[in-house]
Design a protein around this ligand. Structure first.
Ligand code: G6P
Length: 368
């Protein structure tokens, strides 16, 4: 058992530590002769150039990867993009034309709702692109094109390394769309691709330097009844994944909110000691998020932040700071999610939970 876990106490920790490799492997062979290369694209550049609407459909953690993709696709490729739970998408009547691209994200490649959504979308004439971790899985077979996430088999029920592989893959797809649409030059794409690759070392830096900070933050959460995760933009997407991880494996109720929405409801929950976990990395909305945190602090919240290395000011307001290396906002999810995975795992262990096999959950959901 220990050998299978590579010397780690559980699969989740082993898989979290594989993430630098997942980033590297997902990028291998994707830049050839200075050009982005997606071998199983299945769509011509001409077809891609016609795309005028994107839906990302997925479930669970994969849905959160979709939230990040929406930001990237709209920012870089300037194509309107919506993210939707597959279980919702399939039961309404979304606007689909032959110039619609549906991006289906599924670690297992066999989630029932996601597959059904793919089938519906194709019948309605959409192009479908799959992002999956399992070669030859139904999602791969039933899509026009596919990117494999190269995470290798994931055993822990709560997804970690697959998520990172999905985000990296979706970043590649976003760059490709932007390039095909003429919104980014090949030079810009090359530069961004290089920076994307740097996130592998940045994740390693978190393992090497932030373990103690994560542990302290976990101690501050373990006896809570509920926790709130907040952020803006990319930070909001990361907050959603952080909250899901915590509730999945520690059974501690957690919710994620866009930081600006706090004052419209969730702030009523805050009383002394209530944990608020915030993504306050350097981004254009940094000051806004910090001012939302001040409102929480004034009500006695315990503030835990994921911040950019070198940001000393944040210590004035935060009780616990976990740092990540400076990174472009577009790539922040790849690194800033990692401390939240580690935090969820530590809290779960402190609460005596089985981190690899949480109650009531299945690794893949092949029935509706
Ligand atoms: C289950 C798993 C989650 C996963 C979700 C979607 O709920 O427990 O970890 O995110 O299914 O799975 P998929 O394989 O489609 O990504």
């Amino acid at each position: 058992d220990m050998a299978e876990k590579g010397g780690y106490p559980d699969f989740m920790l082993k898989e979290i530590h594989e993430q630098p490799r997942v980033v590297r492997d997902t990028l291998v062979g994707r830049m050839i002769g200075g050009e982005l290369d997606i071998d199983e694209l299945g769509l011509t550049y001409e077809e891609l150039n016609l795309i005028d609407r994107v839906y990302v459909i997925a479930c669970g953690t994969s849905y959160h990867a979709g939230l990040i993709a929406k930001n990237l696709i709209e920012m870089w490729a300037r194509i309107p993009c919506e993210v939707e739970a597959a279980s919702e998408f399939r039961y309404r009547n979304p606007i689909i034309t032959p110039s619609t691209l549906v991006v289906a994200v599924s670690q297992s490649g066999e989630t029932a709702d996601t597959l059904a959504a793919i089938r519906d979308a194709r019948i309605k004439g959409a192009k479908v692109f799959g992002i999956t971790n399992v070669v030859g899985s139904p999602v791969a077979r039933e899509s026009d094109g596919v990117i494999y996430t190269k995470a290798n088999k994931e055993i822990a029920v709560a997804s970690t390394k697959s998520f990172i592989g999905q985000v990296v893959s979706l970043t590649l797809l976003s760059l490709l769309l932007a390039q095909v649409k003429g919104k980014l030059t090949t030079g810009q794409v090359r530069m961004l691709f290089r920076e994307l690759g740097d996130t592998a070392e940045q994740i390693q830096w978190i393992f090497d330097t932030q373990a103690e900070a994560v542990h302290e933050a976990a101690l501050a959460c373990k006896d809570a009844h509920s926790a709130l995760f907040v952020g803006r933009g990319m930070g909001a997407a990361i907050a959603h994944e952080g909250a899901l991880k915590l509730k999945e494996i520690s059974y501690l109720h957690a919710e994620a909110y866009a930081a600006g929405e706090m004052k419209h409801g969730p702030i009523a929950l805050i009383d002394p000691g209530f944990p608020v976990i915030a993504v306050t990395t350097k981004s254009p909305t940094y000051d806004k998020t910090v001012s939302n945190l001040k409102e929480c602090e004034a009500r006695g919240a315990k503030i835990i932040v994921v911040a950019t290395e070198g940001d000393e000011d944040i210590k004035q307001i935060a009780d616990h700071v976990i740092y990540i290396p400076p990174v472009r906002d577009a790539f922040c999810p790849i690194t800033a999610t990692v401390p939240l995975q580690l935090l969820a795992r530590e809290v779960a262990i402190m609460r005596d939970c089985d981190v690899d096999q949480p109650r009531n959950l299945a690794k893949s959901v092949t029935v509706e």
